[in-house]
Design a protein around this ligand. Structure first.
Ligand SMILES: [Zn+2]
Length: 88
C-alpha cells in the first residue's frame, strides 16, 4: 500500500488485503481514525503537509488485542484475532 501519495485520497481501505485484517489510520497526533472517517469528505484528512492532527502518519493493522476506538466517531474496530490470553 502506498501511503506516500500526495493529493486527494481516492478511497481509504477498511480492510487489509489479503487477509481482510481490520485497518485504522494513525494521525500525526497519535490518535486512530476508522476508514469511514478517513473517507468522510467533511473531515480534513490528508497525507503530508500540516501537523494539524489530521495528517495520516501510517496505516495501523489491528491484528490482535481489544477493540480500538476511532478518535473521531467513537466506532469500535475489533481486532482480527481478538484479545490476547494474558490481557484482562
Ligand atoms: Zn470513525
Amino acid at each position: 500500500m502506498n501511503i506516500a501519495t500526495c493529493g486527494p485520497i481516492p478511497k481509504a481501505d477498511k480492510y487489509a488485503w489479503p487477509g481482510a485484517y481490520p485497518i485504522m489510520y494513525l494521525m500525526n497526533d497519535g490518535e486512530l481514525l476508522c476508514a469511514d472517517c478517513v473517507n468522510d469528505p467533511s473531515n480534513p484528512v490528508h497525507f503530508g503537509g500540516d501537523n494539524d492532527g489530521w495528517r495520516i502518519e501510517s496505516v495501523y493493522v489491528h491484528y490482535e488485542g481489544g477493540p480500538e476506538f476511532c478518535a473521531h466517531c467513537g466506532d469500535t474496530t475489533e481486532s482480527a484475532y481478538g484479545r490476547l490470553e494474558d490481557e484482562s
